[in-house]
Write a protein that binds this ligand. Structure first.
Ligand code: NAG
Ligand code: NAG
Length: 426
């Protein structure tokens, strides 16, 4: 009984810290890795599915702002991009977060001013979205400019660093000129090899042909292909540690279940497994959530399986992703962090890098590559090393680039990554 109480308490702490605490930290949340960090309180995204809205609520977002009035649900793969009224319903009624939507037919300058106002009085963190994240990031940045926090050049530079070429949008430039004291004439240099990467806006362009993602959904894979990605590198643990035959599945995202309750191998399998009914009930984020948060006919207020993200009855099953990649005709490399040589599950060891480097470099030669893990944290290490080696870029570039993408390796928890990047890239 006593052990059980302690376990429950540890989990409770983990939950409290997990919600909100993770946002804006060195680790993006596994449920909301696809958000584009603008500031510690404001994040941008493209058009959201119902699951993404629920994930945002689970991860601790307090306000959702839609820049459009979307009419009708649109299906993508197996998912639905929700209409604005449906999004409001999922946000307010099921997820208990604030929802604001811009009325249609507003000028861009008015949208920026309205957003600045919403930002000043809404609970944070705030997630603002449009179709691809381009407008949402631009509006967030220009609202900071009107508050005197950024210059118009900063807006352009931040836009480039996110992979959005604002300079190609005439009405963006017109609004920027109207709102800033002086005209911005900055030709922006496209950072990315794929102008159409925004079809899958959840990707994070790192450098030219290198992109990073957290755990994508099965339904994202056709868009990966359409976008021009032919190669996937997976950094997540496989079902077994390679040489040791020891089970090593990672946790999978589950609605209303706290993150990082099964991250360590032992804990995934602890007390019968992370996805047993007992553990699931104990690790709910909000025990009072309505069952409808999960789905209309759900009999429970939490999720116990997630097949859309290659989950099985234990957790994330890499074999399922591997099979799907083969069926989709995507080149696939599996290069997980080694349990035996790494001191942290989140950081590659020097030995890992020696072992995988030629795989990574060859994968990037002449191809567009997505590297992924659960949050992008491990994947970004690979993409930075791959791009750094391919284009002769130093570790100072890599650390700066990580920060621009919302991964703060330069802060205390990221120091082992900085050491690794220094050792490999110089
Ligand atoms: C859109 O999706 C929501 C949430 O799944 C659903 O409640 C709503 O009925 C759908 N709307 C239409 C017009 O299909
Ligand atoms: C993972 O998925 C594969 C393919 O469906 C299945 O054969 C296997 O039993 C699953 N679990 C493990 C631990 O391998």
């Amino acid at each position: 009984m006593r052990l059980r109480a302690i376990w429950g308490w540890t989990l409770l702490l983990a939950c409290v810290c997990g919600v909100g605490g993770r946002l804006g930290s060195a680790f993006p949340s596994p449920k909301t890795w696809w958000t584009k960090q603008i500031t510690r309180q404001v994040y941008a995204a493209g058009r959201l599915t119902g699951r993404q809205i629920k994930y945002a609520a689970d991860a601790g977002f307090r306000t959702l702002v839609s820049l459009y009035q979307f009419e009708g649900n649109v299906s993508v793969g197996g998912d639905q991009l929700l209409s604005t009224p449906a999004s409001r319903d999922v946000a307010v009624r099921l997820s208990e977060i604030t929802f604001e939507a811009m009325p249609g037919m507003m000028s861009l300058v008015d949208v920026i001013q309205k957003f600045a106002e919403i930002r000043s009085h809404s609970p944070t963190p705030i997630l603002v979205y449009c179709r691809t994240g381009r407008l949402a990031s631009f509006v967030s940045l220009t609202s900071m400019m009107t508050a005197g926090l950024l210059s118009s050049d900063d807006v352009m530079i931040r836009g480039d660093s996110l992979g959005y070429n604002y300079g190609s949008m005439q009405h963006f430039m017109a609004a920027l000129t109207t709102l800033s004291a002086r005209a911005t004439i900055m030709s922006s240099v496209p950072l990315v090899s794929l102008p159409s990467w925004q079809w899958l806006w959840a990707m994070k362009p790192v450098f030219r042909n290198w992109y990073v993602m957290g755990q994508f959904q099965r339904s994202d894979v056709s868009r990966l292909r359409q976008t021009g990605i032919g190669t996937v590198i997976n950094c997540r643990a496989g079902v077994k540690m390679s040489s040791l035959e020891i089970p090593s599945q990672e946790e999978v995202n589950l609605l209303n279940i706290a993150d990082f309750t099964g991250k360590q191998t032992t804990r995934t399998y602890y007390a019968g497994g992370r996805q047993t009914r007992r553990r699931l009930r104990m690790t709910r984020i909000d025990p009072d959530k309505p069952n409808e948060f999960i789905s209309v006919n759900s009999r429970r207020n939490y999720e116990g399986r997630n097949a859309a993200e290659y989950g099985d009855e234990v957790g994330y099953n890499e074999t399922l992703e591997r099979i799907h990649m083969r069926q989709a005709g995507i080149q696939y490399h599996h290069t997980p962090v080694s349990y035996t040589t790494s001191s942290s599950m989140h950081v590659y060891s020097r030995a890992d890098v020696s072992f995988y480097l030629s795989t990574w470099v060859n994968a990037g030669a002449g191809r567009n590559v997505v590297v992924h893990c659960d949050t992008g944290y491990r994947a970004l290490q690979v993409a930075l090393i791959g791009a750094g080696r391919q284009y002769g870029l130093p570790s100072s570039w890599a650390v700066q680039r990580a920060r621009e993408l919302g991964y703060h390796f330069d802060e205390e928890t990221g120091q082992p990554v900085v050491k690794l990047l220094r050792a490999v890239l110089g």
